[in-house]
Design a protein around this ligand. Structure first.
Ligand SMILES: [Zn+2]
Length: 424
């Protein structure tokens, strides 16, 4: 089984390296944008592919010699990135590719392991030479089945980072036996588990919120295009990058704890674009409930559902567990005890009260139970024989469902983990 892991290190280019790095990132952005424009204008009629555009690079360099300052591999990779963006768009996984802005995070990638070296005392890159870095985490030793595939250099906030992509060919982990769980990424409980455990996510602290507000106010007072404005922008980016790293860390802690305690995990295949669409609405049809929706968007983005889902999936699958995505329709409106579906069931953001059987339960927990049942039926565990889920059915499905919300059966497992907190 091929697995790809990215190892991220902070790198410290000196001034003579940082300037050409920034230029290279800019050149890659330019090529990306030019190729996007070409595809927008001519792509449909002339079936322009990434290979066509890569083959046209020498022509572009002849017309604008300064583009040749950037390593050609990096320019080619920018075109490959655009191609991936289009593939994701056509597969319905992402929106239409957009132009990269000067203010956006710049990056460039070296795809040929023969041209760089990643050693403890420094990273050696073509054109930039040896760049200082702190290898806070060991890279796997390279061998016949462990290879470094690429190195991506990016600037984030005020700092530079290198992502080392390592491909390993390992035997697939044996299928894991154990409990199954449904997970709802919610608003009142950021991460709710179907057995009643909850997980806290780091949100923007009041200190962070205040600092961001101050910086944004300061930004508004700065003259456009001034150095001071640029500096303030960098401070905002650094603050947001810090928040992003806290979320990423929390997501890995959750994924790790879940992979240890469960063999099967189900989550919703959420269409995030709809949920976090701009609250303000369009001019023709102003948004309804703008304040409340703005609040919802903020708290959702605080927990970054797409990111958590991806990371949980990686941890579960690496441990040999089963990861399932379920259809998100009605998971928050269906009663997990009697299956009655009604919008009125959802009393508020937090409370669920079934209009048919009268069950009262936290709305996120109710959704988590529905998600577990959609993926695993009435099974509560994957048996050690490695059979399909569903083989460990309980005799009375209704009893098992009703027990779920109050269940303390898994308490000892959960207590081991400081991340997954039992519900009182
Ligand atoms: Zn009910």
């Amino acid at each position: 089984m091929l697995s790809h892991n990215s190892y991220r290190y902070r790198i410290y280019p000196d001034a003579s390296q940082a300037v050409p790095m920034r230029r290279t990132a800019g050149m890659c952005r330019l090529v990306y944008n030019l190729c996007l424009e070409q595809r927008q204008t001519w792509g449909q009629r002339h079936k322009i592919t990434a290979v066509d555009q890569i083959n046209a690079l020498p022509e572009l360099k002849a017309a604008f010699p300064w583009i040749a300052e950037a390593p050609s591999h990096c320019l080619q990779q920018a075109i490959r990135n655009l191609d991936v963006a289009f593939k994701n768009f056509f597969a319905g996984r992402a929106g239409y590719p957009t132009f990269q802005k000067r203010s956006s995070r710049g990056s460039f990638r070296f795809p040929d392991a023969k041209q760089f070296s990643a050693a403890f005392d420094g990273l050696t890159l073509p054109k930039f030479g040896r760049v200082r870095w702190v290898m806070h985490r060991r890279l796997p030793k390279q061998s016949s089945n462990t290879k470094i595939k690429s190195i991506t250099v990016s600037s984030e906030g005020a700092g530079w980072f290198a992502n080392v992509l390592v491909q390993q060919d390992k035997p697939a982990p044996p299928a894991k036996a154990g409990l199954v769980v449904g997970i709802d990424i919610g608003i009142t409980i950021p991460v709710a588990l179907s057995d009643g455990a909850t997980v806290k996510m780091p949100r923007a602290t009041p200190r962070h919120t205040r600092r961001l507000k101050q910086l944004n106010q300061a930004l508004a007072r700065k003259r456009r295009g001034s150095r001071n404005r640029e500096r303030t922008k960098q401070r905002i980016a650094a603050c947001q990058a810090h928040l992003g790293r806290r979320r990423l860390n929390a997501a890995h802690e959750i994924g790790h704890a879940l992979a240890r305690d469960y063999a099967g995990v189900a989550m919703e295949a959420l269409k995030l674009q709809n949920m976090t669409r701009s609250a303000a609405g369009r001019l023709a049809e102003p948004g309804i409930n703008v304040r409340a929706k703005a609040g919802l968007n903020r708290s959702l983005q605080d927990v970054a559902p797409g990111q958590i889902r991806l990371i949980i999936r990686q941890h579960i699958e690496a441990a040999g567990g089963l990861f399932e995505l379920v259809d998100p329709r009605n998971t928050s409106r269906r009663c997990s005890a009697c299956d009655h579906v009604a919008a009125e069931n959802r009393k508020s953001q937090a409370d669920f009260g079934c209009v048919s059987c009268g069950m009262q339960i936290n709305a996120d927990l109710n959704a988590a139970i529905n998600i577990r049942r959609l993926a695993f039926g009435n099974a509560t565990a994957i048996p050690p024989t490695g059979g399909l889920p569903g083989m460990a059915c309980e005799s009375s499905s209704i009893r098992s469902r009703k027990q779920e919300p109050r269940s303390a059966r898994h308490a000892p497992l959960l207590k081991r983990s400081p991340v997954l907190q039992g519900r009182e």
